[in-house]
Design a protein around this ligand. Structure first.
Ligand code: GUN
Length: 288
């Protein structure tokens, strides 16, 4: 039977509508609306597209938007100064430094400089630690989006075996924490995992976050599994280029029970969760 397709555009629009309604209430009550600052260093074309989409959606939900476009030759000291200004700016609740940064800038040191209360990416060690301790934290956006989509396929994930392929700090590791919180049994597989197809075939929920086009195919999927594809890979075709995921959608669609498409699956969820995190940061800062 054909898998049901988990539409990230619809789910993301619902999240954004909830955020927009909360922002409208604040505005109507004469309160300061949440503010999101996005910092882009250099001119990486893919990053420019992401940042433009973030700014557009920030405006659409009625939030205050701050954009800092810095030249590729920006020094670490200059970037720290910019982050310090945003940390101190009372109109800014969330700060996002777009990754990857140009060579010569140390991403972890830059992320460490962001006030953890404004770290809407959830990448600061304080938020990473709080998440792993099960404490309230700002949580990474793409993993949050994966869980929201999985729960649209099945509201209660408790007891399911989730296999995450990929152990990055941005997706694989934080997603393991979020799925543990949903009471899943979690396996994190990676490039050194032995017999990956056999491990993946145990998965009730299979998440692909490896950055390799169509890497997972029919031999990796248990019939009826929920398949969440985080990959966004641009490949060359006869007609130009095309976006594909880490999962071979056509090979898997009649085996899985539910599957996210690429594009239009996890991708749109990331920005929606970023806006929701900005609202969470606004509320947390208000409570001191
Ligand atoms: N580059 C690609 N994805 C992300 C993300 O989620 N956050 C940031 N800051 N940069 C990214």
């Amino acid at each position: 039977m054909a898998a049901s397709v988990l539409d990230g555009k619809v789910a993301a629009a619902e999240v954004r509508a909830g955020v927009a309604a909360s922002v409208a209430e604040l505005r109507a009550a004469g309160r300061r609306v949440p503010g999101l600052a996005v910092v882009l260093v250099g001119g990486d074309p893919a990053s420019q597209v992401y940042v433009a989409a973030k700014v557009k959606h920030t405006h659409e939900v009625g939030m205050h938007s701050v954009e800092r476009m810095l030249p590729a030759e920006t020094s670490e000291a200059q970037l720290f100064d910019e982050i310090a200004r945003l940390n101190a700016d009372p109109a800014v609740d969330g700060i996002l430094v777009q990754l990857p940064l140009p060579a010569g800038l140390d991403s972890q040191r830059v992320l460490d400089a962001i006030d953890p209360r404004k770290d809407v990416d959830g990448f600061h060690p304080v938020n990473v630690g709080r998440l792993s301790l099960g404490l309230p934290a700002l949580e990474p956006c793409t993993p949050r989006g994966c869980v929201i989509l999985a729960k649209r396929a099945r509201a209660d994930l408790a007891g399911l075996h989730a296999v995450i392929v990929g152990r990055s700090n941005i997706v694989g590791k934080p997603l393991a924490q979020l799925l543990l919180r949903e009471h899943c049994t979690v396996t994190v597989a990676h490039s050194r995992t032995r017999d990956l197809p056999a491990i993946c075939r145990q998965a009730d929920i299979l998440i692909a976050a490896i950055g390799k086009p169509k890497f997972l195919g029919a031999e990796h999927v248990k019939p009826g599994a929920i398949v969440i594809d985080v990959g966004i890979n641009r490949i060359a075709t006869e007609a130009g280029t095309r976006l594909v995921g880490d999962v071979d959608f056509d090979a898997v669609k009649d085996i899985a029970g539910a599957i996210t498409p690429v594009p239009g699956g996890v991708g749109p969820m990331t920005i929606a969760c970023l806006l929701d995190n900005t609202l969470t940061a606004w509320r947390a800062r208000r409570q001191g």
